[in-house]
Design a binder for this molecule. Sequence first.
Ligand SMILES: [Ca+2]
Length: 319
Amino acid sequence: MHNHFRITFASHKLLTVMVGVSLAIMSRGICADEPVASSRPADAAPSDISEFEFAGFKAGDTRADNELGLQLVWCPPGTFVMGSRPGEDEYRTNERQVETTLSRGFWIGKYEVTQQEWDLIMESNPSEFSPTGSAKYKIYGKSTDRFPVESLLVEEAEEFCRRLTNREQSAGRLPTNWRYALPTESQWEYACRAGTTTATSFGDTLSSADANFKGFVPYNGGKRGPFLFRTTNVGSYSGNAWGIHDMHGNVWEYCAGWYTDESRGGLDPEAATHGTYRIGKGGSWFHDGRYSRSAFRYWIEPDMRQGTVGFRVAATATK
Ligand SMILES: [Ca+2]
């Protein structure tokens, strides 16, 4: 017992010394930082993140240090072929292949934007599959916090991105020349393919074991599977090679700009600024598997709210 007391006492003395040293180090640190802090403009964010700190390094890197804890996946710069290969089952004429180079890496949502994330920024929930939505009977007893937000207009998705950009830049967590926005169609397909050239990121067939779509109409010989008749929690199915989920199925995803008859290729293609229809990619819980092909291009009436359409964000450097 006596020995035990001595050891404990010795430990206490050691701890006291360690705390003292730590406080001394911390106080030196605070002093050293003071001149830097006081030289900052009064309206500057406390610690603006640099572009170097914010950018990712390799495909599949992740970060979630934003107000929403929204998970982002890094898509590095690269060249890929957008569109469907000749002879791809269910090929459409508006999917002609175009070589596309994205000279800057970007972040994309690991998941579709959820109802909870939407509510935190927009203070609303337009979703059909929500406790107060028109299809509430289909989700009775379930939490839909992690279901994708849907039944929104593309302008509202853009407003969500604007608000998120402003909030993150004010907090110093987003470099001033970066912004959250809808992915361009080329960014979306690049992220969806994640290096694959097959019809889907899972291969040349698709079963509803791999994605939420109308399971009794699988794609190109895929196995028949369940048909949920509704959206479901994001991330319920496996991700692609870069760890991005639900690029096939659950909800269609708005892309930036307007639908064009031909895909836009080349170097850093920009979204069309005028058009008749909006763009959706990836298929939905309601549609056949063929619409979930990486190359499929859906045109969406701009003023329609649909329980099959949602979105995910991208974070991109502006020029
Ligand atoms: Ca989707």
